[in-house]
Ligand binder design. Structure first.
Ligand SMILES: [Zn+2]
Length: 140
């Protein structure tokens, strides 16, 4: 995979308001740099157009890897994972446990929470600290 031009990285970052487009954690408070993720993987014929790029934290990027579909734990059906360019976050996800956890509201939301592990311990800990600082949940 060729490195993205700085202008593309900046545009993707700004479009996402500096938040991971899956778990909504802010890059400004992450110890690891975020990635520009290919929603439909290059290995499966995806391109590097803006419509196929998403801003993702390292954890979400690692868990998503080349997946575009996952199992909804409620129905056990395979469904499309959340697509940041085609889907609206607030339709598929909500905040639970006072903002500490992401809840899947749809089959796609539940499958994405499950496959990308959007309630990883480090994310829940970060949310707890950001809540104390009035920096969470993020405004959209
Ligand atoms: Zn993330």
């Amino acid at each position: 995979m060729s490195p993205q031009p700085a202008a593309v990285k900046q545009a993707v970052t700004e479009r996402a308001n500096g938040l991971c487009e899956y778990c909504k954690s802010p890059a400004d408070y992450s110890p690891q740099p975020f990635s520009i993720e290919h929603i439909f993987p290059i290995s499966a014929g995806g391109d590097s157009d803006m419509d196929n790029l998403a801003y993702a934290c390292q954890g979400c990027n690692n868990h998503k890897y080349t997946k575009t579909r996952g199992i909804d734990p409620l129905s056990n059906h395979e469904v499309a994972l959340f697509h940041p360019r085609q889907d609206i976050w607030g339709i598929h996800f909500g905040w639970g446990d006072g903002g500490l956890e992401i809840i899947g509201l749809t089959a796609t939301g539940r499958a994405t929470v499950h496959e990308l592990q959007l309630n990883r311990k480090n994310l829940v800990n970060l949310r707890a600290l950001l809540l104390l600082a009035d920096l969470h949940p993020p405004m959209e």
